[in-house]
Structure formats: structure tokens, C-alpha cells
Design a protein around this ligand. Structure first.
Ligand SMILES: CC(C)(COP(=O)(O)OP(=O)(O)OC[C@H]1O[C@@H](n2cnc3c(N)ncnc32)[C@H](O)[C@@H]1OP(=O)(O)O)[C@@H](O)C(=O)NCCC(=O)NCCS
Length: 182
């Protein structure tokens, strides 16, 4: 499946359509309804919406930014990484609508993020994210999709850093969906 059969970039008209978006997490709902467009317009991040059957119902979204991670946290050798930090894509936000949860949609969003990271026209070795240490559902999701907490890393302000190595070869079909680029 091509990425643009699954996702489309957020546009200026979307916030009013997203008033009904509910992932069960008020801060995440407020982000997509009130802040995502402004942040995207300011080039801070880009949000991609899952395409649904109905134009006014958004099944889920993912928000991405350019980022980096300390090489020493990743286990990648300094020789391979060249620099003390390694290039990454930050998954700043990820959420699925309550009516679409537990159907593999977040897994598909992570598969899409992997393809985006791997096909950027600049180097990008890792996906990184911060997750609340108390968010068992999200940690279970990321863990089962191959994200790792750096060895010895302790949560800061209740947030856990997790990363995924985009050079990892995943067995076909493990992510549920295989994407090609946009
Ligand atoms: C966390 C969230 C993104 C999961 O979305 P989803 O579309 O339901 O996830 P999937 O159906 O792809 O589930 C994948 C795996 O995630 C884990 N998971 C998802 N929801 C879970 C829950 N309520 N309890 C425990 N594990 C859960 C499971 O390991 C699941 O695999 P399984 O269904 O085979 O057991 C969604 O619940 C959500 O939007 N929550 C609110 C916002 C949020 O917390 N975002 C993450 C911030 S870092």
C-alpha cells in the first residue's frame, strides 16, 4: 500500500473537522483540535491524518519532527554513527480515535513512520519518542513494535525515552501493513 492511500498531511481546514476527535486523552485531543495546525505552519512538526471512510471522522494521526539522539544511548558505535548525536525522527504525538482502538491502527501508524524515516531525502537512523511512564497501553505498543528504552535510562519528569533503529530488518508482515513511500 502506498502511504498516501493511508495518510494525508494536515491542512488548514482540518481543525474544525477534528472537533469530534476523541482518543480518550484530553491533552492529545486539545493538541489536534487547537495546536497542530499552528505548529505545522511554524515548521515545528508535521501531522499526518489517517484517511477514513467519512471526511469528518479522523481515525488517528501521527505528528513528526526532525530530532536527534545521543549516540551513546543507542548502542550504535561511534565509528558507525560518526557524530556524538545520531539523526532521528521524533514521533511527537500519536493517537487513535476511541472507536478505532484495538484494531491495529497505531501499529500501522508506526509502520508508516518507519517508511517516512527510511525514505527521507536526508539521513535518519532512529525513530525517537517520549512516553509517560504510566501509559501502559502506549509502552506495550512501542515495546511490541521494537522500540527500546536506552540501557540504564531513568524517566525524567515521568517521561520515558524510547527509540527504534531504522536499520533493523523487520520480518515481512510483522507490522500488519507494508507501505511504500508517498
Ligand atoms: C495508545 C494508542 C495510540 C493505541 O492505539 P490502538 O490503535 O488502539 O493500538 P493498536 O490497536 O495498534 O494496538 C497495538 C498494541 O498496543 C497495545 N495496546 C493498545 N491499547 C492498549 C490498551 N488499552 N491496554 C493495553 N495495551 C494496549 C497492545 O500491545 C496492542 O496489541 P494487541 O491489540 O495485539 O494486544 C491509543 O490507545 C491512544 O490513542 N491512546 C491515547 C493517546 C496516547 O496515549 N498516545 C500515545 C502517547 S505516547
Amino acid at each position: 500500500m502506498a502511504l498516501n492511500d493511508f495518510l494525508r498531511p494536515l491542512t488548514e481546514d482540518d481543525p474544525r473537522r477534528l472537533e469530534s476527535f476523541d482518543c480518550g486523552e484530553p491533552q492529545m485531543n486539545a493538541f489536534i483540535r487547537r495546536r497542530a495546525w499552528e505548529q505545522q505552519r511554524n515548521l515545528i512538526n508535521r501531522t499526518f491524518l489517517v484517511l477514513g471512510d467519512q471526511p469528518d471522522v479522523c481515525p488517528g494521526f501521527i505528528t513528526l519532527s526532525a530530532a536527534h539522539i545521543e549516540t551513546d544511548l543507542t548502542g550504535l558505535s561511534r565509528r558507525a554513527a560518526v557524530y556524538t548525536t545520531a539523526p532521528a525522527t521524533l514521533i511527537g504525538r500519536l493517537a487513535t480515535h476511541v472507536e478505532f482502538q484495538r484494531q491495529g491502527l497505531a501499529r500501522a501508524l508506526l509502520a508508516a513512520a518507519r517508511v517516512i524515516g527510511q525514505t527521507l531525502p536526508i539521513g535518519c537512523r532512529f525513530l525517537v519518542l517520549h512516553v509517560e511512564a504510566a501509559n501502559r497501553a502506549a509502552i506495550s505498543l512501542y515495546d511490541s513494535e521494537g522500540f527500546r528504552v536506552p540501557e540504564g535510562y531513568e524517566p525524567e519528569d515521568g517521561l520515558l525515552l524510547m527509540f527504534y533503529d531504522l536499520a533493523t530488518r523487520r520480518p515481512a508482515g510483522q507490522a500488519g501493513l507494508a507501505f511504500t513511500g508517498f
